[in-house]
Structure formats: C-alpha cells, structure tokens
Ligand binder design. Structure first.
Ligand SMILES: NC(=O)c1ccc[n+]([C@@H]2O[C@H](COP(=O)([O-])OP(=O)(O)OC[C@H]3O[C@@H](n4cnc5c(N)ncnc54)[C@H](O)[C@@H]3O)[C@@H](O)[C@H]2O)c1
Length: 270
C-alpha cells in the first residue's frame, strides 16, 4: 500500500463525525490535513434543527487538537466562490492536494407529502451540488499538478437502497454515486481515482435527528437508534468512525480501484 506520509488531504465536514474520524486518521499517518466546515447554514433544512451548524467551530477545535499539519477552513460547499477559496487556502498552506474527502452532508426525514421544495433544494444543494463543486475545483488542481489524485465522496447506503421518509436524501446520495462513477471515467487516464464510501449507521449527530424522527410513541432516542440498527444491519451492530477511516485510507492509497461505491454497513446493502 502506498505511503500517505507527507501527502495533503482536504476533508469537507472534517470537524465532526465521520469526516473528523477520517481527518484524524490521515493526520496520524503523517498527512497534512485541511478540515473544512461551516458554522451558519443558508437555511435550517438539516440535522441541526436550525441554521447554526457549528461546523467551522468544530473544525477549528479538531485542527487545534491535531496541532502541526492541520488547518481549519470555513467554507460553504454550496457556494462556488467559497469552494474556490477553500481549495486555494489548502494549496497556500500545504502546496498541493493529493486527496479529497467530500464529507459535508445534511439530512432531514419526512413523509413525502411534508417534503417541501425548500427541503428538496437544500438537501440536493449540499449533498449533490456540493459534491459537484468540490470535485470540480479539486480535479482542476489535480490536473495542474499532473501526478494523479484520490477523491472519496461520502455517499450512503441511502445511495444504494430506498429508505422510507428519506426520498430527498436518497435522491441526493444516488446522485453522488452517479456523479462519481461518471467522473471516474473522465479522469481515469490521468491517474485520478474517484470512489464513494457508503456508510451504513454510524452514531454521529446526524443519527440523533434520525433517531428522534424514527422514534415510536413513548420510545426513547436511544431505543429508537437501537431498533434502527437492528432493522437495517444484518450484523446487528452500528459501524464506527474508525471503520469509515479504514476504507477511506484504502481508497486514498489504491491506484487501480476507481468508479466504485463501497458500503461499510454490516451487510445492509449489496
Ligand atoms: N452517520 C451515518 O450513519 C451516515 C450514514 C450514511 C452517510 N453518512 C454521510 O456521512 C457524511 C458525514 O456525516 P456525519 O454522520 O459525520 O454527520 P455530521 O453532521 O457530523 O457531518 C456533516 C458535516 O457536514 C458539514 N456541512 C453541512 N453542510 C455544509 C455546507 N453547506 N458546507 C460545508 N460543510 C457542511 C457539517 O458542518 C458537518 O461537519 C454525510 O455526507 C452523511 O450524509 C452518514
């Protein structure tokens, strides 16, 4: 497996949850890591029940905990100017970008008749358009560098399966997978690989919202979470941030694996 020491990664959503676990693992392997996050969302269609996401504050705290070779950047992945500034800030700090992990994502869970046009637009904006904008900006840099690169877009098992109450979220994650497979073919001859990581259930703040929404009358959030894990996961246990980091490190090093969507989900999907 190729050595990641000294290489540069940009991780969006890098201050919290799965992105944080991946950024910390990369750093522990000797990489330089730029962690992008956003404090104030454009709207409240997300897992935070409001515009205050605290993602940049979290990225600063994670970067401070890592020390040298770590940088926090504030960027909204739905805004092309901020994506361009995020890419530039990473290169200004560390000289290049070898690996992009696109982890920024939002979710809401609602019956179809309650999904508003604004809910649809917001989820598609962050999850699908954010993937397009970050990939477009970083591919341009990788092409300029001329020696390949690794892109890992975090999709979901909701990009492989249909899930009730998640029609808009599933649509956005299927979009991420279709986009990634297409881009992988476009850049394949340049040594740039593009793959998706499809987590199953990882107990991050995203699942706090889902556990509340999926709770049956009188059921606690913890019991709701356990019921979802049992219902979705043949192994009967949730996955961890470390599981996601394991697969991401593999994809960050593998030279001849591209255009794939790898589920790390305890057997939930095919
Ligand atoms: N937790 C799970 O079980 C699970 C399962 C499948 C897929 N995922 C995916 O994994 C990724 C990480 O989720 P997580 O579970 O760690 O939750 P999380 O809420 O901790 O992470 C989401 C991150 O995205 C950032 N973000 C949101 N909107 C943004 C924007 N417009 N610009 C920049 N950053 C923005 C947030 O600040 C946060 O840091 C998401 O794409 C999510 O859809 C998670």
């Amino acid at each position: 497996m190729a050595d990641l020491k000294g290489k540069v990664a940009l991780v969006t959503g890098g201050g919290t949850g799965i992105g944080k676990g991946i950024a910390e693992r990369f750093h522990s392997l000797g990489m330089h890591v730029a962690l992008a996050g956003l404090d104030q969302a454009r709207d409240a269609a997300n897992q935070y029940h409001g515009r205050n996401m605290g993602g940049f504050t979290a990225a600063k705290s994670t970067a401070a905990g890592l020390g040298d070779r770590a940088l926090a950047i504030e960027a909204d992945v739905t805004d092309p100017a901020q994506v361009a500034a995020m890419t530039r800030a990473t290169i200004d700090a560390f000289g290049r970008i070898d690996v992009l992990v696109n982890g920024a994502g939002v979710i809401t869970a609602k019956p179809i008749e309650d999904v508003t046009e604004a809910d649809w637009d917001s989820i598609m904006d962050v999850n699908a358009k954010g993937t397009f904008l970050t990939n477009q900006a970083v591919v341009a840099e990788m092409r300029r560098q001329g020696d390949g690169g690794r892109i890992i877009n975090i999709a979901s098992i909701a990009g492989k399966l249909g899930v009730p109450l998640l029609t808009h979220y599933c649509a956005s994650k299927w979009a991420v997978i279709g986009f990634s497979i297409s881009l992988s073919k476009e850049v394949a001859k340049e040594g740039i690989t593009v793959n998706c990581l499809c987590p199953g259930i990882v107990g991050t703040q995203m699942w706090t919202l889902l556990s509340q929404t999926f709770a049956q009358p009188g059921e606690s959030e913890a019991d709701s979470y356990r019921r979802s894990v049992e219902a979705f996961t043949p192994q009967g246990v949730p996955q961890t941030e470390a599981d996601m980091a394991d697969m991401t490190v593999y994809l960050a090093t593998a030279a001849h694996v591209t255009g794939q969507a790898f589920a790390v989900d305890g057997g939930a999907s095919h």
